[in-house]
Design a protein around this ligand. Structure first.
Ligand code: HEM
Length: 195
């Protein structure tokens, strides 16, 4: 059976919101029509009580019907750039300590490690809708000198998931981010490219 309790409040809220918009618009035009063709004389428009002549005239007013707030982007829900940098730190700790990945990351030190962190952070920022532009190598070129198998991919994904947990990222955000990275698998997993 369909779970009504999950569906109904959202749908109802949406309908009520729409109904409110339609009702006020319709009532507004009816009021204007009434003023034009009714028996009674329309009331004289009221004089403005105060004229705001300041430089920001009109700009301090709250919009009358701003509607519901815009939903937060995944980037914001991950804690912005700071949150993502922390996430990358945790991920790097996890992969470099992981028996299945240690060997592949053994040469990623110093400058190389810093570049890896910067690139990964930029990539997560961009993919989650943040104000970044990934400047690193494309995924094929970045991984073709290493042979990455299915078990290593799975280990990386588990370490990624653990890093998200360590940073208290909720399940929804976790799934959204993982789903965005899933298609990259085709370019990352595969035998080492022969020179
Ligand atoms: C969702 C999965 C993955 C993402 C998003 C990802 C992302 C990245 C990025 C952004 C870089 C830096 C590229 C650059 O130099 O500009 C990189 C490099 C690297 N990745 Fe991945 N990666 C993934 C999976 C893996 C896996 C499964 C391994 C397993 C061994 C791996 C090993 C490496 C290594 C060793 C480097 C450093 C290469 C070098 O500097 O020579 N990555 N990756």
């Amino acid at each position: 059976m369909r779970n009504r309790s999950l569906v109904a409040p959202h749908v109802t809220a949406k309908r009520v919101f729409l109904a409110a918009l339609i009702t006020s618009a319709t009532l507004g035009s009816f009021a204007l029509l009434g003023a034009g063709c009714g028996g009674k004389k329309p009331p004289k428009p009221a004089e403005p009580a105060l004229i705001d002549t300041s430089a920001d005239a009109g700009f301090d007013a709250e919009p009358e019907d701003a509607g519901p707030p815009a939903p937060k982007s995944l980037f914001e829900r991950l804690g912005g750039k700071d949150g993502i940098d922390k996430l990358v730190e945790s991920l790097v700790q996890n992969v470099t300590a992981d028996g299945k990945l240690k060997k592949s990351f053994s040469k990623v030190k110093g400058e190389k490690l810093n570049n890896f962190k910067t690139s990964l952070s930029e990539q997560i920022c961009e993919i989650s809708g943040g104000p970044c532009k990934y400047q690193g190598k494309d995924m094929k070129s970045a991984h073709e000198s290493i042979s990455i198998n299915d078990a290593q991919w799975d280990a990386f994904v588990q370490d990624f998931s653990a890093a998200l947990d360590e940073n208290k990222i909720e399940e929804n955000e976790k799934n959204e981010l993982m789903a965005l990275f899933a298609p990259l698998r085709a370019d990352i997993v595969g035998p080492k490219k022969k020179k």
